[in-house]
Write a protein that binds this ligand. Structure first.
Ligand code: M6R
Length: 357
Protein backbone atom coordinates (compact mmCIF):
# COMPACT_ATOMS: atom_id res chain seq x y z
CA UNK A 1 0.00 0.00 0.00
CA UNK A 2 1.22 3.48 -0.71
CA UNK A 3 -0.25 4.91 2.50
CA UNK A 4 0.04 8.68 2.64
CA UNK A 5 2.25 8.84 -0.46
CA UNK A 6 0.75 10.24 -3.66
CA UNK A 7 2.72 7.71 -5.73
CA UNK A 8 4.44 4.38 -5.25
CA UNK A 9 7.53 5.79 -6.90
CA UNK A 10 7.99 8.42 -4.19
CA UNK A 11 7.38 5.86 -1.47
CA UNK A 12 9.91 3.49 -3.02
CA UNK A 13 12.50 6.26 -3.34
CA UNK A 14 12.03 7.02 0.35
CA UNK A 15 12.40 3.36 1.33
CA UNK A 16 15.98 3.18 0.09
CA UNK A 17 17.77 3.88 3.40
CA UNK A 18 15.67 1.18 5.07
CA UNK A 19 16.38 -1.27 2.26
CA UNK A 20 20.13 -0.65 2.68
CA UNK A 21 19.90 -1.51 6.36
CA UNK A 22 17.83 -4.61 5.63
CA UNK A 23 20.37 -5.81 3.07
CA UNK A 24 23.25 -5.32 5.50
CA UNK A 25 21.35 -7.32 8.14
CA UNK A 26 20.40 -10.10 5.75
CA UNK A 27 23.94 -10.59 4.50
CA UNK A 28 25.70 -10.52 7.88
CA UNK A 29 26.82 -13.54 9.87
CA UNK A 30 26.64 -13.82 13.68
CA UNK A 31 29.89 -11.86 14.06
CA UNK A 32 28.77 -9.04 11.78
CA UNK A 33 30.95 -10.05 8.83
CA UNK A 34 29.39 -10.12 5.36
CA UNK A 35 28.33 -13.58 4.32
CA UNK A 36 26.97 -15.21 1.17
CA UNK A 37 25.85 -18.77 0.54
CA UNK A 38 29.03 -20.86 0.32
CA UNK A 39 27.99 -22.52 -2.97
CA UNK A 40 27.75 -19.09 -4.59
CA UNK A 41 31.17 -18.14 -3.25
CA UNK A 42 32.59 -21.39 -4.66
CA UNK A 43 31.04 -20.65 -8.06
CA UNK A 44 32.45 -17.11 -8.01
CA UNK A 45 35.89 -18.45 -7.04
CA UNK A 46 35.87 -21.00 -9.82
CA UNK A 47 34.87 -18.58 -12.58
CA UNK A 48 37.58 -17.17 -14.84
CA UNK A 49 35.13 -14.59 -16.23
CA UNK A 50 31.71 -13.34 -15.23
CA UNK A 51 28.99 -12.46 -17.70
CA UNK A 52 26.31 -10.14 -16.35
CA UNK A 53 23.06 -10.27 -18.31
CA UNK A 54 20.24 -7.78 -17.72
CA UNK A 55 17.88 -5.20 -19.22
CA UNK A 56 17.03 -1.55 -18.53
CA UNK A 57 17.79 -0.36 -15.03
CA UNK A 58 19.14 -3.77 -14.04
CA UNK A 59 21.64 -3.49 -16.92
CA UNK A 60 22.74 -0.13 -15.56
CA UNK A 61 23.25 -1.75 -12.16
CA UNK A 62 25.34 -4.40 -13.91
CA UNK A 63 27.66 -1.75 -15.37
CA UNK A 64 28.42 -0.48 -11.87
CA UNK A 65 28.57 -4.06 -10.52
CA UNK A 66 31.34 -4.83 -13.02
CA UNK A 67 33.44 -2.10 -11.40
CA UNK A 68 32.79 -3.53 -7.94
CA UNK A 69 33.68 -7.09 -8.91
CA UNK A 70 36.72 -6.21 -11.00
CA UNK A 71 38.18 -3.77 -8.52
CA UNK A 72 37.56 -5.79 -5.39
CA UNK A 73 37.57 -9.44 -6.48
CA UNK A 74 39.79 -8.98 -9.58
CA UNK A 75 37.75 -11.27 -11.82
CA UNK A 76 37.08 -9.95 -15.36
CA UNK A 77 33.42 -9.09 -15.97
CA UNK A 78 31.45 -8.44 -19.14
CA UNK A 79 28.02 -6.79 -19.01
CA UNK A 80 25.49 -7.53 -21.74
CA UNK A 81 21.99 -6.41 -22.63
CA UNK A 82 19.91 -9.57 -22.52
CA UNK A 83 17.97 -8.92 -25.74
CA UNK A 84 21.25 -8.67 -27.69
CA UNK A 85 23.17 -11.51 -26.12
CA UNK A 86 21.58 -14.43 -27.99
CA UNK A 87 22.74 -13.36 -31.43
CA UNK A 88 25.77 -11.37 -30.33
CA UNK A 89 27.26 -13.96 -28.04
CA UNK A 90 30.91 -13.22 -27.33
CA UNK A 91 33.51 -15.96 -27.32
CA UNK A 92 33.08 -17.38 -23.86
CA UNK A 93 35.92 -18.07 -21.46
CA UNK A 94 36.70 -21.60 -20.28
CA UNK A 95 34.91 -21.28 -16.95
CA UNK A 96 32.22 -18.65 -17.29
CA UNK A 97 29.70 -17.78 -14.58
CA UNK A 98 26.52 -16.04 -15.67
CA UNK A 99 24.87 -13.51 -13.37
CA UNK A 100 21.32 -12.49 -14.25
CA UNK A 101 20.17 -9.25 -12.63
CA UNK A 102 16.41 -8.80 -12.67
CA UNK A 103 14.15 -7.04 -10.21
CA UNK A 104 11.11 -9.07 -11.26
CA UNK A 105 12.92 -12.26 -12.18
CA UNK A 106 10.49 -12.53 -15.09
CA UNK A 107 12.11 -10.57 -17.92
CA UNK A 108 11.67 -12.73 -21.02
CA UNK A 109 14.82 -11.48 -22.79
CA UNK A 110 16.94 -12.47 -19.81
CA UNK A 111 15.17 -15.79 -19.42
CA UNK A 112 15.92 -16.67 -23.01
CA UNK A 113 19.64 -16.21 -22.35
CA UNK A 114 19.38 -18.24 -19.16
CA UNK A 115 17.81 -21.15 -21.04
CA UNK A 116 20.52 -20.91 -23.69
CA UNK A 117 23.46 -20.89 -21.25
CA UNK A 118 21.98 -23.68 -19.14
CA UNK A 119 21.74 -25.79 -22.29
CA UNK A 120 25.42 -25.07 -22.83
CA UNK A 121 26.04 -26.37 -19.30
CA UNK A 122 27.21 -23.13 -17.68
CA UNK A 123 26.45 -22.13 -14.08
CA UNK A 124 24.06 -19.24 -13.45
CA UNK A 125 23.26 -16.99 -10.52
CA UNK A 126 20.15 -14.79 -10.43
CA UNK A 127 20.05 -11.57 -8.40
CA UNK A 128 16.37 -10.75 -7.98
CA UNK A 129 13.82 -9.12 -5.74
CA UNK A 130 11.27 -11.89 -6.16
CA UNK A 131 11.89 -15.26 -4.50
CA UNK A 132 10.50 -18.09 -6.59
CA UNK A 133 10.49 -16.02 -9.79
CA UNK A 134 11.23 -17.78 -13.07
CA UNK A 135 14.83 -16.59 -13.30
CA UNK A 136 15.43 -17.61 -9.72
CA UNK A 137 13.94 -21.07 -10.16
CA UNK A 138 15.80 -21.79 -13.36
CA UNK A 139 19.24 -20.60 -12.25
CA UNK A 140 21.57 -22.65 -10.05
CA UNK A 141 21.81 -19.96 -7.37
CA UNK A 142 19.84 -16.94 -6.18
CA UNK A 143 20.72 -13.80 -4.25
CA UNK A 144 17.77 -11.79 -3.01
CA UNK A 145 17.54 -8.00 -2.99
CA UNK A 146 15.31 -7.73 0.09
CA UNK A 147 13.91 -4.47 -1.29
CA UNK A 148 10.25 -5.31 -0.68
CA UNK A 149 7.71 -5.17 -3.52
CA UNK A 150 8.47 -2.55 -6.15
CA UNK A 151 5.19 -1.41 -7.71
CA UNK A 152 6.03 1.72 -9.71
CA UNK A 153 7.09 0.92 -13.26
CA UNK A 154 10.18 3.08 -12.83
CA UNK A 155 12.68 1.06 -10.85
CA UNK A 156 14.30 2.92 -7.94
CA UNK A 157 14.90 0.96 -4.76
CA UNK A 158 15.64 -2.20 -6.73
CA UNK A 159 18.54 -0.41 -8.47
CA UNK A 160 20.24 0.68 -5.25
CA UNK A 161 19.52 -2.75 -3.73
CA UNK A 162 21.14 -4.40 -6.76
CA UNK A 163 24.21 -2.22 -6.28
CA UNK A 164 24.44 -3.05 -2.58
CA UNK A 165 24.11 -6.80 -3.20
CA UNK A 166 26.68 -6.65 -6.01
CA UNK A 167 29.09 -4.80 -3.71
CA UNK A 168 28.60 -7.47 -1.04
CA UNK A 169 29.11 -10.24 -3.60
CA UNK A 170 32.31 -8.50 -4.76
CA UNK A 171 33.61 -8.13 -1.22
CA UNK A 172 32.93 -11.71 -0.17
CA UNK A 173 34.44 -13.01 -3.43
CA UNK A 174 37.51 -10.82 -2.96
CA UNK A 175 38.12 -12.25 0.50
CA UNK A 176 37.61 -15.82 -0.72
CA UNK A 177 40.18 -15.20 -3.45
CA UNK A 178 42.66 -13.89 -0.90
CA UNK A 179 42.43 -10.19 -1.82
CA UNK A 180 42.24 -7.67 0.98
CA UNK A 181 39.42 -5.14 0.66
CA UNK A 182 40.84 -1.89 1.93
CA UNK A 183 37.59 -0.62 3.42
CA UNK A 184 34.88 -1.88 5.75
CA UNK A 185 31.88 -2.42 3.47
CA UNK A 186 29.39 -2.86 6.32
CA UNK A 187 30.42 0.49 7.75
CA UNK A 188 30.45 2.17 4.34
CA UNK A 189 26.96 0.87 3.45
CA UNK A 190 25.77 2.24 6.79
CA UNK A 191 27.19 5.63 5.77
CA UNK A 192 25.41 5.25 2.42
CA UNK A 193 22.09 4.61 4.22
CA UNK A 194 22.46 7.82 6.27
CA UNK A 195 23.49 9.79 3.18
CA UNK A 196 20.39 8.45 1.39
CA UNK A 197 18.28 9.71 4.26
CA UNK A 198 19.69 13.19 4.01
CA UNK A 199 18.89 13.16 0.26
CA UNK A 200 15.33 11.95 0.66
CA UNK A 201 14.97 14.75 3.24
CA UNK A 202 16.08 17.30 0.61
CA UNK A 203 13.20 16.78 -1.80
CA UNK A 204 12.54 20.49 -2.22
CA UNK A 205 15.97 21.05 -3.74
CA UNK A 206 15.26 18.42 -6.39
CA UNK A 207 11.74 19.65 -7.02
CA UNK A 208 13.27 23.11 -7.64
CA UNK A 209 15.79 21.67 -10.09
CA UNK A 210 13.02 19.82 -11.94
CA UNK A 211 10.91 22.96 -12.12
CA UNK A 212 13.74 25.17 -13.26
CA UNK A 213 15.42 22.88 -15.78
CA UNK A 214 12.75 20.48 -16.99
CA UNK A 215 9.29 22.04 -17.01
CA UNK A 216 9.30 23.07 -20.65
CA UNK A 217 12.34 21.43 -22.24
CA UNK A 218 12.20 18.96 -25.11
CA UNK A 219 15.37 17.15 -24.16
CA UNK A 220 17.97 16.73 -21.45
CA UNK A 221 21.49 15.31 -21.26
CA UNK A 222 23.21 13.56 -18.40
CA UNK A 223 26.97 13.54 -18.42
CA UNK A 224 29.59 11.92 -16.23
CA UNK A 225 32.89 10.09 -16.40
CA UNK A 226 33.72 6.67 -14.97
CA UNK A 227 30.95 5.36 -12.75
CA UNK A 228 29.19 8.73 -12.95
CA UNK A 229 28.59 7.98 -16.64
CA UNK A 230 26.72 4.79 -15.74
CA UNK A 231 24.57 6.64 -13.22
CA UNK A 232 23.87 9.22 -15.93
CA UNK A 233 22.54 6.43 -18.16
CA UNK A 234 20.18 5.44 -15.38
CA UNK A 235 19.14 9.06 -14.77
CA UNK A 236 18.31 9.43 -18.46
CA UNK A 237 16.26 6.23 -18.54
CA UNK A 238 14.33 7.32 -15.45
CA UNK A 239 13.59 10.74 -16.90
CA UNK A 240 12.50 9.51 -20.32
CA UNK A 241 10.29 6.70 -19.11
CA UNK A 242 8.19 8.77 -16.74
CA UNK A 243 8.35 12.36 -18.08
CA UNK A 244 8.64 11.56 -21.83
CA UNK A 245 11.47 14.09 -22.13
CA UNK A 246 14.02 12.87 -24.64
CA UNK A 247 16.97 12.18 -22.38
CA UNK A 248 20.38 10.66 -23.04
CA UNK A 249 23.33 9.79 -20.85
CA UNK A 250 26.81 10.39 -22.22
CA UNK A 251 30.39 9.90 -21.21
CA UNK A 252 31.74 13.42 -20.80
CA UNK A 253 34.65 12.80 -23.16
CA UNK A 254 32.36 11.49 -25.89
CA UNK A 255 30.36 14.72 -26.22
CA UNK A 256 32.75 16.35 -28.63
CA UNK A 257 32.55 13.32 -30.91
CA UNK A 258 29.06 14.23 -32.01
CA UNK A 259 26.52 14.85 -29.31
CA UNK A 260 27.62 18.39 -28.55
CA UNK A 261 25.99 19.33 -31.87
CA UNK A 262 22.63 18.87 -30.12
CA UNK A 263 23.30 21.53 -27.50
CA UNK A 264 21.15 24.60 -28.03
CA UNK A 265 20.33 27.67 -26.01
CA UNK A 266 18.87 26.44 -22.73
CA UNK A 267 19.42 22.67 -23.20
CA UNK A 268 19.57 21.19 -19.70
CA UNK A 269 22.76 19.22 -19.01
CA UNK A 270 22.90 17.43 -15.68
CA UNK A 271 26.51 16.65 -14.79
CA UNK A 272 27.65 14.30 -12.06
CA UNK A 273 30.99 15.03 -10.41
CA UNK A 274 31.61 12.47 -7.65
CA UNK A 275 35.03 11.15 -8.69
CA UNK A 276 38.20 12.98 -7.75
CA UNK A 277 40.30 11.71 -10.67
CA UNK A 278 37.88 13.04 -13.32
CA UNK A 279 36.57 16.08 -11.46
CA UNK A 280 38.52 18.56 -13.57
CA UNK A 281 37.71 16.86 -16.86
CA UNK A 282 33.95 16.68 -16.24
CA UNK A 283 33.98 20.33 -15.25
CA UNK A 284 35.80 21.01 -18.52
CA UNK A 285 32.91 19.30 -20.35
CA UNK A 286 30.43 21.46 -18.46
CA UNK A 287 32.30 24.57 -19.65
CA UNK A 288 32.20 23.29 -23.25
CA UNK A 289 28.42 22.81 -23.21
CA UNK A 290 27.80 26.04 -21.30
CA UNK A 291 29.80 27.95 -23.92
CA UNK A 292 27.30 26.62 -26.49
CA UNK A 293 24.28 27.82 -24.54
CA UNK A 294 23.49 24.79 -22.34
CA UNK A 295 21.94 25.21 -18.94
CA UNK A 296 24.21 23.08 -16.73
CA UNK A 297 23.20 21.58 -13.40
CA UNK A 298 26.20 20.15 -11.57
CA UNK A 299 25.66 17.61 -8.82
CA UNK A 300 28.97 17.04 -7.06
CA UNK A 301 30.24 15.31 -3.96
CA UNK A 302 31.40 16.89 -0.75
CA UNK A 303 35.10 17.58 -0.99
CA UNK A 304 34.96 18.08 -4.77
CA UNK A 305 32.46 20.91 -4.91
CA UNK A 306 32.86 24.40 -6.37
CA UNK A 307 30.66 27.50 -6.14
CA UNK A 308 28.97 26.72 -9.46
CA UNK A 309 27.44 23.44 -8.20
CA UNK A 310 23.71 23.13 -7.84
CA UNK A 311 23.75 20.35 -5.27
CA UNK A 312 26.50 18.80 -3.17
CA UNK A 313 26.04 15.16 -2.16
CA UNK A 314 27.15 13.94 1.27
CA UNK A 315 30.44 12.09 1.11
CA UNK A 316 30.48 8.31 0.78
CA UNK A 317 33.22 5.87 -0.28
CA UNK A 318 34.28 6.70 -3.85
CA UNK A 319 33.27 3.27 -5.20
CA UNK A 320 29.79 3.50 -3.68
CA UNK A 321 28.79 6.93 -5.00
CA UNK A 322 26.25 5.48 -7.52
CA UNK A 323 24.13 4.35 -4.57
CA UNK A 324 23.55 7.94 -3.60
CA UNK A 325 24.11 10.01 -6.76
CA UNK A 326 21.17 8.22 -8.38
CA UNK A 327 18.72 9.51 -5.75
CA UNK A 328 18.71 13.14 -6.93
CA UNK A 329 18.18 11.83 -10.47
CA UNK A 330 15.25 9.67 -9.35
CA UNK A 331 13.68 12.61 -7.53
CA UNK A 332 14.33 15.08 -10.35
CA UNK A 333 12.62 12.65 -12.77
CA UNK A 334 9.74 12.17 -10.38
CA UNK A 335 9.09 15.92 -10.04
CA UNK A 336 9.62 16.54 -13.76
CA UNK A 337 6.93 13.95 -14.51
CA UNK A 338 4.66 15.45 -11.89
CA UNK A 339 5.08 18.99 -13.22
CA UNK A 340 4.32 17.75 -16.71
CA UNK A 341 1.17 15.95 -15.55
CA UNK A 342 2.40 12.50 -16.44
CA UNK A 343 1.18 9.28 -14.90
CA UNK A 344 4.21 8.72 -12.65
CA UNK A 345 3.57 5.14 -11.56
CA UNK A 346 2.18 3.84 -14.84
CA UNK A 347 3.91 5.56 -17.74
CA UNK A 348 2.46 5.05 -21.20
CA UNK A 349 3.47 2.02 -23.27
CA UNK A 350 5.34 0.35 -20.41
CA UNK A 351 4.76 -2.68 -18.18
CA UNK A 352 6.41 -3.44 -14.85
CA UNK A 353 7.73 -6.78 -16.01
CA UNK A 354 8.43 -7.34 -19.64
CA UNK A 355 7.45 -10.94 -20.14
CA UNK A 356 7.51 -10.90 -23.94
CA UNK A 357 10.64 -10.88 -26.11
O1 M6R B 1 12.57 -6.86 -13.76
P1 M6R B 1 13.82 -6.48 -14.49
O2 M6R B 1 14.84 -5.87 -13.58
O3 M6R B 1 14.40 -7.63 -15.26
O4 M6R B 1 13.37 -5.38 -15.52
C1 M6R B 1 14.26 -4.86 -16.44
C2 M6R B 1 13.71 -3.62 -17.08
O5 M6R B 1 12.52 -3.89 -17.77
C3 M6R B 1 13.45 -2.52 -16.06
O6 M6R B 1 14.58 -2.23 -15.30
C4 M6R B 1 12.98 -1.23 -16.74
O7 M6R B 1 14.02 -0.69 -17.51
C5 M6R B 1 12.47 -0.24 -15.70
N1 M6R B 1 11.14 0.18 -16.02
C6 M6R B 1 13.34 0.97 -15.55
O8 M6R B 1 12.87 1.86 -14.60
Amino acid sequence: EKGTYPHYMLKEIDEQPLVMRKIIQNYQDGEGALEIDSDIVKAMKKADRIYIIAAGTSYHAGLVGKQFIERMAKVPVEVHISSEFGYNMPLLSEKPLFIFISQSGETADSRQVLVQVKEMGHPALTITNVPGSTLSREADYTLLLHAGPEIAVASTKAYTAQLAVLAILAEVTAKSRGFAVEFDLVKELGIVASAMESLTDSKEAFEDIAREFLTVTRNCFFIGRGIDFYVGLEGALKLKEISYIQAEGFAGGELKHGTIALIEQGTPVIALATQDFVNLSIRGNVKEVAARGANPCIISMKGLETDEDRFVLPEVHHLLTPLISVIPLQLISYYAALHRDCDVDKPRNLAKSVTVE
